[in-house]
Ligand binder design. Structure first.
Ligand SMILES: *Cc1c(COP(=O)(O)O)cnc(C)c1O
Length: 338
């Protein structure tokens, strides 16, 4: 078995999850007839405290549909320079929605400075796009946005009449790290997404949560962007299984990341962002070393996206024992080159 540390998207559905998928009751979800999709959406409502939820194939589409539902053509959203829904979604909001992004530089902790957000809000003037939305990401690069910041951002957007969207691909990692229920985070935004296909271990699927009225609009955009699925309960069953069984255990991934950080530091690896809060670790190394490390590890059954800045993720298919093996190999690698 390979030890794959490239991402938490590489997680494999377990035998129990596959059984749940095989046994799911299904119907045509475009007609609203799929009982398992409906159960998953209801569970997201229960956990988040939002009025409604929508199941989508991917996190990218969930963010796109959210942006399309918040902003009209010629309007804009304020977003972090490194945010997934600005930088890593192929410019979808601009291409498909004629929505202008207004990126701003984030603080080192991943928060967007609210004074800079305020300065980026356009006055009501025919020269400018209309600023509609602030979009934050939680977790961002494995960092958890502080609760006080979420409260401030929520208050700020109320005062400035902006909507607040959270790209919460890994929001359960944030909730588990803070030891709070999802509701505590969800109360400080209008809408947010959840990826089921990362550390939660489902093969596919994301959720978009918000008000009843917002989700109705989002449902039309989901159809238009080709995300209306039919007997999708087969997929939703994996999501339901993940929400029931794989949320609490994220703490193991976080503990493993902390442990790995300590072990790698002890053998002389340069930790780029010390103090792992969730399941993401960044390491720094010379380009020469990085170029050798990737293939060397691969030959020994470990997959790492080795680069000058290496991102490592822990997840449910990586045990402490696996990580011990990685540390031992890494030590051997460094010793050979010393
Ligand atoms: C992975 C990710 C997404 C997109 O999810 P996909 O399902 O891969 O499309 C969106 N936002 C963040 C922060 C992510 O990490």
């Amino acid at each position: 078995m390979l030890i794959d540390l490239r991402s938490d998207t590489v997680t494999q559905p377990s035998a129990e999850m596959r059984t749940a998928m095989a046994q799911a009751d299904v119907g045509d979800d475009v007609y609203g007839d799929d009982p398992t999709v409906n159960a998953l959406q209801a569970e997201a409502v229960r956990l988040s405290g939002k009025e409604a939820a929508l199941f989508l194939p991917t996190g990218t589409q969930a963010n796109l549909v959210a942006l399309l539902s918040h902003c009209q053509r010629g309007e804009e959203y304020i977003v972090g320079q490194q945010a997934h829904n600005y930088k890593y979604e192929a410019g979808g909001a601009a291409v498909l929605g004629s929505i202008q992004p207004q990126p701003i530089e984030a603080n080192p902790d991943g928060t967007l400075p609210l004074d800079k957000v305020a300065a980026a809000i356009k006055p009501d003037d025919i020269h400018f796009a209309k600023t509609r939305l602030l979009s934050l990401e939680n977790t961002i690069s494995g960092r958890v946005l502080p609760l006080e910041y979420l409260q401030q951002a929520w208050q700020f957007t109320r005062e400035h009449k902006l909507a607040l969207h959270i790209d919460g691909a890994r929001i359960f990692n944030a909730a588990v790290a803070l030891n709070v229920p999802l509701k505590t985070l969800a109360q400080y935004c209008d809408t947010f997404t959840i990826c089921l296909s990362k550390g939660l271990g489902a093969p596919v699927g994301s959720l978009l949560c918000g008000s009843e009225e917002f989700i109705q609009r989002a449902n039309r955009w989901r159809k238009m962007t080709g995300g209306g699925m039919r007997q999708a309960g087969i997929l939703a069953a994996a999501g339901l299984y993940a929400l029931e069984h794989n949320v609490e255990r994220l703490k193991e991934d976080h503990d493993n990341a902390k442990w790995l950080e300590q072990q790698l530091r002890d053998i002389g690896v340069d930790i780029a962002e010390p103090g792992a809060q969730t399941n993401v670790l960044y390491l720094r190394q010379s380009p020469e070393l990085a170029a050798k490390l990737g293939p060397w590890m691969r030959e020994r059954g470990v997959l790492i996206s080795a680069g000058p800045l290496t991102r490592i993720l822990t997840h449910l298919n990586v045990s402490r024992q696996d990580l011990q093996k990685v540390v031992d190999l890494w030590r051997e690698f460094l010793q050979q080159r010393a």
